[in-house]
Design a protein around this ligand. Structure first.
Ligand SMILES: *Cc1c(COP(=O)(O)O)cnc(C)c1O
Length: 417
């Protein structure tokens, strides 16, 4: 058997695992709450939650219990049959969004893929198929996913691209209007761009796109894979962004994709379709073997129950506001290192200054170097692009853990100033 050591596990990867990821030099072994441990027993504060996935932290007893109890009853039966957990989870999601229906799958890319197929069906008889997506967006790594994603780095080497996608600048309503062609059938955006560097849509953009899509008979689709599931303090980021904005509470997209925190680490994805379009994908048009298994749905239901019971949306909102104010303080105190604080709730970005002298010696993006230094300080965070470091903590992060995280971040910032 493999020795439980860093070097032996690294060698297993070097020999046997496709090297498609640029991984950090950490070999993780177990966790509890927002703490995770490497194989040498060193403790890290996890302010990344995987990548916005482990929304209840690690080894949460409610998730363990849901896995154990449901697996004793039924793990999988296929979608040839009905099961209670899938029906109940769909009802919970519909109740949190609005009149419509839900399709279950296994990942974010696959959820978006379902939305692309919805668009093809929607526009089919009129010969419309084109989907406009935003520059700096991220929608997953499948072939259609990289065509939809507005970042060249994910497309390079995989041409020819799947056709039917064009990119428009984010938060620019007039650009969206100008980009429409007779083939356009939909617009897809993230409520808060995550991989692109934590950029929220403006309320005017969301309401403007809704009006534009109504006017031109287009589907307005939103990718809530990263920014959804209460990370912003509301179930979906658009609900938070439009809170208190005139006309905002009536806003709904026509389709919405979910994954990441939906399963808290157990793989599950989903898309919701608003009522007038909810039956477009009729019997036989779409499917996936593992979609909405009783096990995955039981876990997702339990997570929603815990979030509601423990008021974790409020936690993300208030503790997130505190974290953001602390990053703003760092930006004021150390402007040569921290440029600004981005985002909301538990979807935050530390924007690093352009030229940090201490980073000049190593040929790696500042965000990566900063994340590495935070690893040395015992904190896990997630880079986005070259200059943004994301904080995507578990929704049940404790206040003293937030304080511990800021202290470690401040120490690293200070060492670079
Ligand atoms: C992570 C992510 C995806 C892709 O999800 P996978 O589960 O990795 O396929 C899609 N959209 C957004 C916004 C994401 O952050």
């Amino acid at each position: 058997m493999v020795h439980n050591s860093h070097q032996a596990i690294r060698e297993l990867f070097d020999k046997n695992v496709v090297p498609s990821y640029g991984r950090f030099e950490l070999v993780l072994s177990h966790g509890a709450g927002s703490q995770v441990y490497d194989v040498a027993g060193r403790r890290y504060l996890d302010l990344g939650s995987g990548i916005a996935v482990s929304c209840l932290g690690h080894a949460h007893p409610a998730i363990t219990d849901a896995l154990v109890e449901q697996s004793k009853k039924l793990i999988h039966v296929s979608n040839l049959y009905f099961t209670e957990p899938q029906g109940r989870l769909a009802a919970e999601l519909v109740q949190r969004l609005g009149d419509g229906k839900v399709f279950f799958c296994n990942s974010g890319a696959e959820a978006n893929e379902g939305l692309y197929k919805l668009v093809r069906k929607f526009g089919h008889d009129e010969g419309r198929f084109e989907i406009l997506t935003a520059t700096h967006s991220f929608h997953g790594r499948t072939l259609a996913g990289i065509a939809a994603t507005g970042q060249d780095k994910v497309k390079k080497g995989f041409e020819p691209a799947v056709s039917g996608f064009r990119h428009i600048p984010f938060n620019d309503l007039e650009a969206a209007r100008r980009a429409l062609s007779p083939s356009t059938a939909a617009i897809l955006i993230e409520g808060v761009q995550g991989e692109g560097g934590v950029t929220p849509a403006t309320p005017e953009y969301l309401l403007g796109l809704r009006a534009l899509c109504d006017e031109k008979n287009l589907l307005l689709l939103m990718d809530g894979v990263q920014c959804g599931h209460y990370r912003t303090g509301r179930f979906q980021s658009f609900q938070k962004i439009l809170e208190g904005v005139p006309g905002g509470e009536q806003f709904l997209p026509d389709g919405l994709s979910m994954a990441k925190s939906l399963g808290g680490g157990f793989p599950i994805g989903a898309f919701w379709v608003r009522t007038p379009y909810a039956d477009l994908l009729g019997a036989g048009t779409h499917g996936t073997t593992y979609g909405g298994t009783p096990l995955a749905c039981a876990v997702a239901l339990k997570i929603l129950e815990v979030i509601d019971r423990e008021k974790l949306a409020d936690r993300a909102l208030t503790l997130g506001a505190w974290l953001k104010s602390e990053i703003e303080r760092l930006a004021r105190t150390y402007p040569a290192v921290v440029k600004s604080a981005r985002g909301m709730g538990f979807l935050l970005g530390i924007e690093l200054a352009d030229d940090i002298p201490a980073f000049a010696a190593i040929d790696k993006p500042p965000a990566i170097q900063f994340v590495n230094r935070l690893h040395a300080a015992g904190v896990l965070t997630i880079p986005a692009g070259t200059h943004i470091v994301r904080l995507l903590p578990p929704l049940n992060l404790q206040p003293q853990e937030a304080g511990e995280g800021i202290s470690a971040i401040e120490a690293v910032v200070k060492s670079l100033a």
